[in-house]
Design a protein around this ligand. Structure first.
Ligand code: SF4
Length: 426
């Protein structure tokens, strides 16, 4: 008997799609934004942005909705006076790091995060991290990555951060295959996923871990599932350590979650009845909850601007499980291999765009007059002013949306703006 629950697309899908490629002005956050969810995940880490007042302002305002007793991020502001000499900047950075670590003995992993002001670009942060390691290792490990708006967009900051950690992961000495889930998940979602794998008899490690002292091991026996679609560099780094990717759709919605879990179950030879027992109850609960949301969303036309790289999995979910019509699905970057299982489930003929030329895309959007637009904060207000209902893409990244228990909440993120619009019109 096959262990695979077949998931069929009614159409040939978009596997061979030729996207509309645009390389113009874009309206996307930089990779520093990832610090907002990463600092909540790795509880003994600290993210020190080496940047300007603009960077400090971005981080503060993006995190402003949350209150922390002890923040796990900060900005070392490099301003004009430092242009006088790079040696001074290095000394200044050493002093700031020394002060920080003396004041915060709970920090065990420190990230120096690069940004795009010209003063910072001139700094070699990898050398600075090496120097800091000579001073503070083994008590504190210092790593660096770039969140610069020139090199990264929005979710690519997480990719750069995780990729920086991969070379330091302990080597696995086992030969038996071991499962790893890669990509930041909210703790509540991680617990649910662990419990589902437990019920299938599978042990699983999560990367990034909640604590830097509990880094997962990696090696040729590692089989990894991506929990997030924006981890191209991390995947490459894991593969260079011998790990093998398990191809699957992403765990969004009932269908995506089932297929994602199934990819691991198949790889590890979990019996179909064990898989069914483990997943049936949460799956049915989620299906029931989604049916309510579908009544509101069925037939509504949706347009995705490119922001987080979650757009294609989200489009698959809203189309197949909520009956929404896809007007355009924009993605900052189309990773054919990681998106293969998703593209196969998107209806053939869907307009998929890669990259952005924001003016052209806005023109298309306004001409198409969709019922709902998923876009960045900067585009939401102008579109709302034109009478178009919007959803901020950033909320879809900050909110726990993966897995069965979150499927209805995810659908709610799309139905709420439409309900609000109806109330305003009433
Ligand atoms: S890294 Fe660059 S784009 Fe991001 S906040 Fe700083 S200056 Fe702005």
């Amino acid at each position: 008997m096959s262990t695979v629950i077949p998931i069929r697309a009614e159409t040939p899908g978009c596997t061979d799609v030729v996207p509309l490629v645009e390389r113009g002005q874009r309206e996307v956050f930089c990779g520093l934004t990832g610090i907002i969810w990463l600092h909540r995940k790795i509880q003994d880490a600290f993210f020190l942005v080496v940047g300007s007042r603009t960077c400090a302002h971005l981080i503060q305002s993006a995190a402003g909705v949350m209150i922390f007793a002890e923040p796990r991020f900060g900005t070392a502001i490099i301003d004009e006076r430092d242009l006088a000499g790079l040696a001074d900047v290095h000394e200044e950075l050493d002093r700031v790091v020394g002060q920080l670590l003396a004041r915060r003995p709970d920090i065990r992993l420190l990230f120096l995060v690069g940004s795009c002001p010209s003063e910072v670009i001139k700094l070699d942060l990898s050398r600075a991290a090496e120097r800091q390691n000579q001073i503070h290792h083994p008590k504190v490990r210092v790593l660096n990555y770039s969140g610069s708006g020139i090199e990264t967009t929005f979710t690519q900051g997480e990719d750069a951060c995780l990729a920086a950690m991969v070379p330091g992961l302990p080597a696995s000495t086992d030969t038996a295959p071991a499962l790893m889930v890669v990509g930041t998940l909210a703790d509540v979602v991680e617990d649910q996923m662990r419990s589902l794998f437990d019920r299938m008899g599978l042990q699983v490690s999560f990367f990034p871990p909640r604590n830097s002292q509990a880094m997962p091991v990696v090696g040729p026996n590692t089989r990894y599932l991506l929990a997030q679609p924006f981890l191209a560099d991390t995947a490459r780094a894991l593969q260079s350590r011998g790990a093998q990717h398990l191809a699957a759709p992403f765990p969004l919605g009932v269908e995506g979650t089932t297929a994602w879990l199934q990819a691991a179950a198949t790889e590890f030879g979990v019996a179909p009845e064990v898989f069914e027992q483990a997943t049936a109850a949460p799956r049915q609960r989620a299906e029931k909850a989604l049916a309510v949301q579908r009544q509101m969303l069925q037939g509504q036309r949706i347009f995705f601007f490119p922001d987080s790289q979650l757009e294609i999995p989200l489009a698959r979910f809203v189309h197949r499980e909520l009956g929404m019509d896809l007007v355009e699905v924009g993605t900052p970057y189309l990773h054919r291999q990681h998106m293969a299982a998703e593209l196969a489930l998107i209806p053939a003929g869907t307009r998929i765009s890669e990259g952005q030329d924001v003016d052209l895309q806005l023109d298309r959007c306004i001409a198409d007059a969709p019922d709902l637009v998923v876009c960045g904060l900067g585009l939401a207000n102008p579109l709302e002013a034109q009478g178009i209902t919007t959803k901020w893409a950033i909320e879809l990244v900050f909110t726990p949306i993966q897995g069965y228990e979150q499927a209805a909440d995810l659908a709610g993120l799309f139905s709420r703006p439409l309900k609000r619009r109806l109330k305003l019109a009433a």
